[in-house]
Design a protein around this ligand. Structure first.
Ligand SMILES: Nc1ncnc2c1ncn2[C@@H]1O[C@H](COP(=O)(O)OP(=O)(O)OP(=O)(O)O)[C@@H](O)[C@H]1O
Ligand SMILES: [Mg+2]
Length: 286
């Protein structure tokens, strides 16, 4: 059994100003985010993904149930700083996250608020900027950067806090394909270094790269499993209105045309390999 970093027990959250008080944005969720995993979260608009993310680090506190971060309940106001040091968050719009007029000052903002010594801050800022590949831009003005570069600066700001877990709430949504790939690669690299990643996204080709996918619908988690099992579960896909990743769609079309092809195809690489195998067994190539 892997250790748990974030534990949700029967968690519901209803917004105070919500017209429909009987309809929680997050509803009876039980979930264990495992230490070191890459967990993707999928679900239609308004299914409760962002609310769930905000419950993970105490930005929101459950209306009922309990969220614990490494054993600390997020309802414990005295410990909220400890929780923020463990779980960081990257949001959708990079422009709303950048506060300073120089890249390195922006990354330093969080560590400065932790009251660290100047040498320690300098080291953390440089390390974080190197990790996201933005060190050479440290003296740039953020508004001159591309969307993907800005988002990487925002990520560096979270890395500099040295949190154990980073939540990405649709952090690729406003980016072009290149920017999206940059952010995804950064998240994967951080995960390889041992940081737990929760990656909320609408892009199936991103979700397939996770260890597990949690699927939300109407505030509930209706499935949590490996990408292969989720994308082969017609009931969950239909209920959550989730499409197959592009590579799996193509593989399905090929399969429906009568050509035998592996049903585990999710990524472009797997699709290429499966098509190659199919062509070989059909004698098209040798
Ligand atoms: N500040 C708020 N006040 C009242 N209701 C809210 C608030 N924020 C979200 N909601 C409602 O809570 C529900 C879940 O919203 P949430 O933003 O968590 O969904 P989401 O899955 O992140 O959606 P999206 O894909 O659009 O980002 C929705 O019905 C939404 O209208
Ligand atoms: Mg959202």
């Amino acid at each position: 059994m892997k250790e748990t970093i974030i534990h949700l027990e029967d968690v519901s959250y209803t917004y105070e100003n919500s017209e429909e008080k009987t309809h929680p944005a997050v509803h009876s969720v039980n979930l264990e985010v495992r230490k070191g995993e890459f967990l993707a979260v999928l679900g239609h608009n308004g299914s409760g993904k962002s609310t769930l993310a905000k419950l993970f680090n105490g930005i929101l506190v459950p209306t009922s149930g309990e969220v614990k971060v490494e054993g600390i309940p997020t309802s414990d106001e005295k410990r909220i700083q400890d929780i923020r040091k463990k779980v960081g968050m990257v949001f959708q719009n990079p422009d709303n996250q950048i506060v300073a007029t120089l890249v390195e000052d922006d990354v330093a903002f969080g560590p400065e608020n932790l009251g660290l010594a100047p040498e320690e801050i300098r080291k953390r800022v440089d390390d974080a900027l190197r990790t996201v590949g933005m060190y050479d831009f440290r003296l740039f003005e953020p508004h001159k950067l591309s969307g993907g570069q800005k988002q990487r600066v925002a990520i560096a700001g979270v890395i500099a806090m040295r949190t154990d877990c980073i939540i990405f709430d649709e952090s690729t949504a406003m980016l072009d394909p290149k920017g999206r790939a940059e952010v995804m690669e950064t998240a994967k690299k951080l995960n390889e270094e041992g940081i737990t990643i929760v990656f909320i996204t609408h892009f199936m080709e991103e979700a397939v790269q996770a260890d597990r996918i949690a699927v939300m619908s109407d505030g509930r988690i209706i499935g949590i499993d490996t990408p292969k099992n989720i994308f082969n579960n017609e009931t969950i896909l239909a209920k959550a209105g989730i499409e197959l990743p592009p590579a799996a769609k193509l593989a399905k079309k090929v399969r429906e045309s009568g050509i035998s092809i592996d049903n585990g195809v999710l990524t472009v690489e797997q699709c290429a390999k499966a098509l190659f195998e199919a062509a070989k067994s059909a004698g098209v190539i040798d």
